[in-house]
Design a protein around this ligand. Structure first.
Ligand code: 5AD
Ligand code: SF4
Length: 453
């Protein structure tokens, strides 16, 4: 269906890949109402801020962005146009009432569980039944995903597919169990249907997404529970799906069948397995419910199945009570694992979490120094990993064209690579010889027949 005069939807997304996925779904859900996504807020009919609450200053960031965007709303109103402003995501879930009170010009505030009812919320807020302000931060008992369309307007060869949401782990630093609720797994068939839809749109690589994705335990048509490994292989076996990934995992839920699934050629040799700290004492106060040795054992098992697997992780420095020795234990763990990439953060106090009331706060300058040392080590490891792939011939999935006209793609190890070649190779997988690296990304040459070069 084409609309000659589409309404404009602008979504700004912060935070994790689940939010990126949710933003996509919000656009999908509003498309049948005639909303088309635009890349600038200017002249938009609806502006949605999809927010993240994971680290501090989250709420302040939202307010400063709202202040900026309100100017667009004022301009629109001067021209007699209506512009809806909405705050969604985890800040909305956690601080909905506060936002509604402090920013009266915000028309809608709603949490991640309610995206399926967006058409009704928009109808209310636009005045279809008499204009109403919409505040919706309830945890819906029903399946959030059942209300979201499988049909997607996604373009490009890669896509995320949410299979699991929420978390029951309650790490003492983390807001996710409060903003996203308990662990929930989608049904196997719902995931496979969505995967097929994506394949029909030309998607070749699917990343199964969940806050605790390897805790997945969805029901199949026979009422039996399937694991993430079962699901991953089923998605990988869909005709036309050439690559599968999953993110993000927890060491406690790592099962042998998932490790063994990495023997499947379509399961990419890449693992994101956050550890947060290398100190058993800190892991305990973080309530991670695993030791550093368990982490080493898991990685060793993965390397037995895929010796070349690229390992990525998340780290927090300066958690309350972290001594120099605890920090050195983290550095030691990093040296022993050898990461290909990683995300690292200074501990950030989150109101309402158990760690927020712990003693032994670490001074900011110590946190900064630790983060710098940790990131220097991780950067060296990333550089070494990238250098090690120079000279290799790897299949690259091209997923875009850079502003310089080069093909952009990803290696199986999830490294970014730039290649000179015909733009029509975009969205295909081709063999590339890696020629160099600047430390962060790779450069390569196509290894192919003359006619497409
Ligand atoms: N402070 C710092 N980092 C945090 N993370 C989660 N909560 C906090 C916090 N309070 C990090 C963890 C997690 C990633 C998504 O964000 O490393 O794995
Ligand atoms: Fe947060 Fe821990 Fe759950 Fe990850 S496992 S989402 S860090 S509570």
């Amino acid at each position: 269906m084409t609309n000659t005069n589409p309404k404009k939807l602008f979504i700004k997304t912060w935070g994790c890949q689940m939010n990126v996925y949710d933003s996509r779904k919000m656009a999908d859900v509003l498309a049948p109402m005639g909303y088309q996504e635009v890349t600038e807020p200017d002249g938009a009919d609806i502006i949605i801020l999809n927010t993240c609450h994971i680290r501090e200053k989250a709420t302040e960031k939202v307010f400063s962005e709202l202040g900026r965007l309100k100017k667009h709303k004022d301009v629109a109103e001067e021209q007699g146009k209506k512009m809806l402003m909405a705050v969604a995501g985890c800040v909305a879930q956690a601080e909905g009432d506060f936002i509604a009170e402090r920013a009266p010009y915000v028309d809608m505030v709603f949490g991640p569980q309610s995206y399926g009812t967006l058409p009704e919320m928009v109808a209310k807020a636009t005045g279809a039944y008499g204009k109403e302000r919409v505040i919706n931060t309830d945890f819906d008992e029903e399946d959030k995903f059942d209300k979201l369309p499988e049909e997607t307007i996604a373009t490009g060869p890669t896509a995320f597919l949410a299979v699991q949401e929420g978390c029951d782990k309650f790490c003492t630093f983390c807001v996710v169990p409060y903003t996203r609720g308990g662990e929930y797994s989608r049904r196997v068939q719902a995931v496979l249907d969505e995967a097929q839809q994506l394949r029909d749109k030309g998607v070749k690589e699917i990343s199964l997404l969940g806050q605790n994705v390897n805790a997945y335990h969805g029901l199949n048509e026979n009422g039996q529970t399937e694991s993430l490994a079962d699901l991953l292989i089923k998605v990988a076996d869909i005709d036309g799906i050439e690559r599968v990934r999953y993110t993000t995992s927890h060491p406690r839920d790592m099962r042998d069948d998932l490790i063994e699934a990495h023997a499947h050629p379509a399961v990419m040799p890449y693992l994101h397995l956050p550890v947060q700290s290398g100190s058993d004492k800190i892991l305990k106060t973080m309530n991670r419910k695993h030791t550093r040795d368990l982490y080493f054992d898991i990685i060793e098992k993965f390397r037995r199945v895929r010796p070349d697997i690229a390992i990525s992780g998340d780290f927090i420095v300066g958690f309350p009570g972290e001594t120099d020795q605890d920090f050195e234990d983290t550095m030691d763990l990093i040296k022993r694992i050898n990461y290909s990439s990683a995300f690292s953060f200074k501990y950030s106090q989150r109101p309402g979490t158990p760690a927020a009331t712990m003693g032994g706060l670490i001074r900011e300058d110590i946190k900064n120094e630790r983060l710098q040392r940790l990131q220097a080590l991780l950067n060296d490891q990333m550089k070494a990993f990238n250098e090690q792939t120079v000279g290799m011939e790897l299949p690259i999935l091209f997923d875009g064209i850079t502003s310089k006209g080069q093909l952009h793609g990803r290696t199986p190890y999830n490294q970014a690579i730039h290649v000179n070649g015909n733009p029509r190779l975009n969205n295909t997988i081709e063999n590339v010889r890696v020629t160099s690296t600047n430390g962060k990304s790779l450069m390569g040459d196509l290894v192919l027949l003359e006619d497409v070069a």
